[in-house]
Design a protein around this ligand. Structure first.
Ligand code: FDA
Length: 305
């Protein structure tokens, strides 16, 4: 219930204006976000890389409604990839993109064209792009555009959400050689007709999807903070005789940093999803919805600096 309310607020322009203009403590946002500027993204990436982590950088923004905004987002990624390359950070730093931030909701062709430009810049820089997955109304379009991108940029990563009933079948489609698939549980408020609602059902689906990806020939990217899912992934990797460099764990910046370090110490690749930019509102609200306990921390910070 509380999760649905927070996710509804995540989509509300009125609440965004209210929260966005409130003096939200920098500490709350900084817990999950590198900062507002490109330099913040570079600085935090350098720190994470020097501690042995891989990184996927996300320029914050979603549900873009104007071509100008989409062009600004595309240019931000081109600037980012140029700077990462100049600093010799590619790899282990890659980028994650949201097609809705590139205009998918009003002009799919434009979003595809911009995504291609970003993939080309990533290839030139020596790194990869992963295409985030948004709410279920965009899944078909996102997978279709991803397939187009993979024709010329075969290492473009997909994201699949275990809460969707369709995802087991999508995992089978995408488990082939050369494919990179980030498996997450899913962060949006979805109807029962398309998504499992109970945590237990989502977890069971996650394990079924993980089995398919681990048994396949692609590179599974196990994106979860759930200790049970992490343990099951470690177990399945052994069962399917996977070497630690044939798959990776992924977590969000600011969540379970001790476990991130533990996984590196045990010889795994651990990639941190690191957002930056001024449009932190939707991203932060989804993180609060995942853990309503964080809401108290957030509310306390309203009014304090
Ligand atoms: P779950 O929510 O069951 O949490 C398990 C445990 O993790 C909790 O008990 C708690 O200990 C800890 N935890 C989880 N969330 C926390 C938080 N916010 N603060 C503190 N502790 C927390 N989703 C999506 O729909 N599309 C996408 O493209 C992506 N991309 C993506 C990339 C990466 C690298 C990650 C890790 C996640 C995503 N997600 C996503 C988000 C994902 O779908 C999901 O909402 C979150 O990862 C939370 O689910 P968990 O698997 O962590 O389990």
């Amino acid at each position: 219930m509380l999760r649905s309310v927070i996710l509804a607020a995540a989509r509300s322009d009125r609440v965004e204006r209210l929260v966005g203009t409130a003096p939200v403590s920098r500490d709350v946002v900084r817990r999950y976000v590198a900062g507002a500027a490109l330099d913040d993204a570079l600085k935090t990436s350098r720190e994470l890389v020097s501690s042995g982590l891989a990184v996927s950088l996300d320029y914050l923004g979603e549900d873009t409604t104007s071509p100008e905004q989409a062009a600004t987002t595309k240019q931000a990624y081109l600037d980012l990839l140029g700077a990462l390359s100049a600093e010799g950070l590619c790899p282990p730093v890659e980028v994650s993109i949201k097609l809705s931030a590139l205009g998918q909701l009003f002009d799919e062709k434009l979003a595809y064209r911009y995504a291609r430009e970003i993939c080309q810049a990533a290839t030139n820089a020596g790194t990869t792009v992963t295409v985030d997955m948004e709410d279920h109304t965009t899944t078909d379009s996102t997978l279709e555009l991803l397939m187009q991108l993979r024709k010329d940029f075969p290492d473009t990563g997909a994201v699949l959400q275990a809460y969707l009933r369709r995802t087991e079948a999508d995992c089978r489609e995408l488990a082939g050689a050369g494919s990179r698939v980030r498996l997450c549980k899913g962060a949006y408020d979805e109807p029962e007709s398309v998504a499992f609602q109970a945590k237990l059902d989502v977890d069971r689906s996650y394990v079924r999807c993980l089995n398919i990806l681990m048994a396949g020939e692609g590179r599974p990217m196990v994106a979860t903070h759930d200790p049970r899912m992490v343990a099951i992934a470690e177990d399945r990797a052994k069962w399917f005789d996977r070497s630690p460099d044939s798959f990776e764990f992924q977590m969000l910046y600011g969540i379970r940093p001790d476990e991130q370090r533990r996984l590196i110490a045990d010889g795994y690749t651990m990639r941190v999803y690191l957002p930056y930019g001024v449009q932190w509102y939707g991203y932060l609200m989804r993180r609060l919805a995942e853990r309503p306990a964080n809401l108290a921390f957030f509310l306390r910070s309203l009014g304090s600096r």
